[in-house]
Design a protein around this ligand. Structure first.
Ligand code: NAP
Length: 283
């Protein structure tokens, strides 16, 4: 199959490596000449260009640009596409993308590979990034079933675990398990850093170890990604933050009232609840 990729960064580049290894002809388009050259040199693509005309021969195109550029990229791409081409994207939030792109190109299937690394750009692309990780597809009522089938087959060939859901359900779920943790972790770092006693502040910074490392990791990441989550998944993230604040208030109240029995009960509940999340053994 001829597969196009627009945006040769971490996700687009990693897709290219895997799809080429599976025997597809991969054509890449990116914004910078240098990125295209690195992609060719690294064997991420068979050919690459800054010019969208390269994708005229593509059967399927993955849009892998930052979320804010997905719809405008599709608009620019349409004049170059063959009429039966299937489009899909990899954006981490689905409702705004699906709502903006579906009216432009019916043969569009929203997608979100739930795999990543802390690095970005073509240099960060790696083989096997998607293997064993969830890949969510979000077709809606008007999405042609044939297009869904083709995208599903490609995604399954990456040995991803494929899930189907409505874009809004996806966005609500990722608000809880991906976007809320970033905000919670950021406020944890901020709260610890606001210690006013300089001796204690220095001491806590020196003593911080595995517990703080685990809970501060996502809040200490790329600020641009955090803003992107809040901006494009604003409503669901806002709602989950309010729920979280309520849960935190309950803990404050239990401690304020020295209700140790109540606190133990809550922690027993959360201990049991954690096992219901499908975390990998090393999570
Ligand atoms: P990235 O490493 O920064 O790659 C994005 C690439 O898009 C850049 O290398 C850039 O190419 C290209 N680009 C930017 N603007 C462009 C434009 N106007 N036209 C053409 N190319 C453009 O980012 P990423 O992490 O791969 O994220 C890409 C998408 O994947 C986003 O929509 C994100 O939501 C989604 N996603 C990310 C993760 C993650 O963990 N990072 C996980 C799942 C999904 P140049 O180098 O040529 O400028």
């Amino acid at each position: 199959m001829n597969i196009g990729i627009v945006g040769l960064g971490l996700i687009g580049g990693s897709l290219g490596l895997d799809l080429r290894a599976l025997g597809h002809q991969v054509l890449g388009v990116s914004r910078q000449e240098r990125t295209c050259q690195v992609a060719i040199d690294r064997g991420v693509v068979d050919d690459a260009s800054v010019n969208l005309t390269l994708l005229a021969a593509a059967d399927v195109v993955f849009i892998c640009t930052p979320i804010g550029q997905i719809a405008s990229m599709v608009q620019q791409l349409i004049p170059h596409l063959s009429p039966n081409a299937i489009l899909t994207d990899v954006g981490s939030v689905k409702t705004p993308v699906v709502e903006a792109v579906t009216p432009l190109w019916l043969n569009f299937v929203g997608g979100h590979p739930m795999a990543g690394r802390e690095y970005s750009g073509i240099e960060a692309a790696v083989s096997g990034l998607f293997a064993g990780n969830p890949y969510v597809l979000t077709p809606i009522e008007t999405t042609p079933p044939e297009a869904v089938k083709v995208v599903e087959q490609i995604v399954r060939s990456l040995t991803s675990n494929v899930y189907f859901c409505h874009p809004a359900d996806h966005d609500q779920a990722v608000a809880w398990i991906s976007h809320l943790p970033v905000m919670v972790s950021a406020s944890l770092i901020h709260a610890c850093g606001s210690e006013t006693d300089p001796v204690v502040l220095e001491l806590l910074q020196q003593l911080a170890s595995s517990g703080f490392r685990d809970t501060s990791r996502v809040g200490g990441g790329n600020p641009e990604l955090g803003v992107m989550m809040a901006r494009y998944n604003r409503e669901f993230l806002w709602r989950s933050l309010l729920n979280y604040r309520q849960s935190l208030d309950q803990l404050i109240e239990l401690i304020d009232q020295e209700n140790w029995k109540g606190l133990e009960q809550r922690l027993q509940e959360t201990q049991a609840q954690r096992s219901q999340f499908h975390l990998k053994a090393d999570d």
